[in-house]
Ligand binder design. Sequence first.
Ligand code: C2O
Ligand code: CU
Length: 567
Amino acid sequence: MQQKNMHSILLSLWFILIEGVIQLQASHYHWVVTEAPYTRLCGTKSILTVNGQFPGPTIYTHKGETVVVEVVNRSKHNITLHWHGVKQPRNPWSDGPEYITQCPIKPGGRFTQTVILSLEEGTLWWHAHNEWTRATVYGAIIIYPKPGTFYPFQKPDLEVPLLLGEWWKRDIFEIYEEFRATGGSPNVSDAYTINGQPGDLYPCSKAETFKVRVQYGKTILLRIINAAVNQILFLAIKNHSITLVGTDGEYTKPFTSDYITIAPGETMDVLVHANQLPGRYYMAARAYSSGINVDFDNTTTTAVIEYEGVNLNASSTLSLPYLPAYNDTNASYSFTSSLRSLASKDHPVNVPLKVNHRIFSTVSVNALPCPANRTCEGINGTRFAASMNNISFVLPDIDILQAYYYHIKGVYGKKFPKFPPLPFNYTAEFQDLALEVSKHSTQVRIFKFNSTIEIVLQGTNLVAGLDHPMHIHGQSFYVVGYGYGNFDKNNDPKNYNLVDPPLQNTVIVPRNGWATIRFKAHNPGVWYVHCHLERHVTWGMMTTLIVKDGKDPESQMLPPPPDMPPC
Ligand code: C2O
Ligand code: CU
């Protein structure tokens, strides 16, 4: 008890210290991480949750506000929580990724996290950020415009968060451990879910299928979040087109399409007009899986849009909307490359035109020799890995942020390369097997405050060419270009969009193609960069950027809160 008092005194001191820095019109949430039984697909299992809820609680806030979340871990597992897409200016301490910015909150532990919103507006989400705990520990963050300001589109009559997820019948910790032990691919999920429900097409699910009730003539704002563990998804609604108006907590030019492609990590705000014959219509999501011979969950999750006043007994059979084929890379690419920033007076674009640092990084799947006296289930008896610039990132035992702040040596190296160690024809059909082997290491890249950075992310055809949704913490970036094949440094930059590129926190690097992003590093801290497919994270497809403090106090990291979880 005494210890707890001491704790809260220190915390209030910390808040006084950082007050003025942030606007502490903070809403306060009290979250308990706990196991809870959930029944899906005809079976019950215990899952990790926040407050017993699945999906977890929604955070409602306004642009520029600060949210304080007091996290208490009453489960038997370690946990960390991350606020995906929230930039957390000067405050990497509450960002959440395990061993990057904190050590996990152990069973019985607690941590008060300060979530500082700044420019974000629209929909983001939060999720657990250690091992595969995010499979069940996730929820929406809804950020309304500042009071007195409005959406840059027609006000919707109805707003509905739509969280897409993945469900395994077996315990997710078992799936994860088995995956690590075998060196092969993980077991694919048994279902996709919409707001935690698989939907009509799965056994024992129909009664609980998620439904949106709407009046004819009204407009719905769907806040769609892909919280799936390992799968990019296509989503469509029978007979209704979808108008994208925002992504990743930023507005876009309205773009109307019959379907969307949404990768884990991405959020999309879309308008749907209930202008069809009053009735019941499926919305459906299923995999976009581009890798040849890559196993995936080939099932379809559904929810229902139901017009008010329709006779539910007149058993109209529902039919599925058209969805692109699971391997339709062109469908995915054409949707993704159509996103544009709103670029209006109130929502201007600020793409860096002058670049201080250029990085060219491969994103690859790798295959390593199996250690002696083990059997590995990767391709031809190898053990799978994944890398950026041929380094499979190894998580250290204490977090990089702490090591950086307190100058603890030997935790990480500063040599994440600006270029692949050995250039090759990245997207050729046949690859030299020797190139499949990556190095294991913990290497970061350090930048001066306010430098402008361009990163070309180059997919490769090593082991399997496939799409990678690459995500960066602590900043959003402009996606200035995309292409298939090898990036051509002489010609491709000529086609960069420097006028209205979308501002995102996650970008899909197309299968055997590339994407170029640009941003200004004006957020001092330690920021994780990783593929948002969890199996690739486990294999090492990630790195870390450190942005140094600037000269004046307003461009420096905040001091650490007093209750950082001990390592
Ligand atoms: Cu959705 Cu590292 O995060
Ligand atoms: Cu990946």
